[in-house]
Design a protein around this ligand. Sequence first.
Ligand code: AMP
Length: 194
Amino acid sequence: MPSTLNAVAVFCGSRFGTNPVYKQTAQAVGQTLAKAGIRLVYGGGAHGLMGVVADATLCAGGAVTGVIPDFLESREKMHEGVAELIVTDSMHTRKQIMFSRADAFWILPGGFGTFDEMMEILTWKQLGRHSKPIILINTANWADMLLAALDAAVEQGFASAEARAMIEAVPDVETALARSLCAEQSDRVAVDQL
Ligand code: AMP
């Protein structure tokens, strides 16, 4: 199958979380992207699962782009091994660059920052600003409550079933790759139109 998937943005925790399987999943994501020749675009940090994904991609010979705001350089410890590291002046610019560089978005276990990134990319899609795949890797069912909250918004009449279908939960990394390759290639939307 010809791949139009050149780069995937991964949103995930700047901590490891309590379950060791989260780290294994982050490693598998890096290895899978490298093996498939797909560039990793991520938040540029060396801490937590973010650092694990970047390290695993680099170790497997893959390409990595990190995008980090200047004020987070020390707090999230900018990853020294990433060849393409973009330092931005704000979180907003970071998100715009990650968005424009990626053909699909994968959500891994994470905290409030990860939730924010997921919801923003989902609401941009709901508003018709892009049609790129958004895949949540629900390893060890970490996101069941998050997905239930999305379902509840539909049940309560605050979101449409169509919007809910714009994010897909999958059990593992292999399925995330297969679904991303299957999904219709996005219309690229200029960042300044967002
Ligand atoms: P967390 O899931 O909280 O560990 O954060 C994961 C990533 O999300 C980190 O790189 C954070 O810098 C980033 N982040 C935190 N808050 C926000 C926010 N409001 N908007 C965008 N990204 C954020």
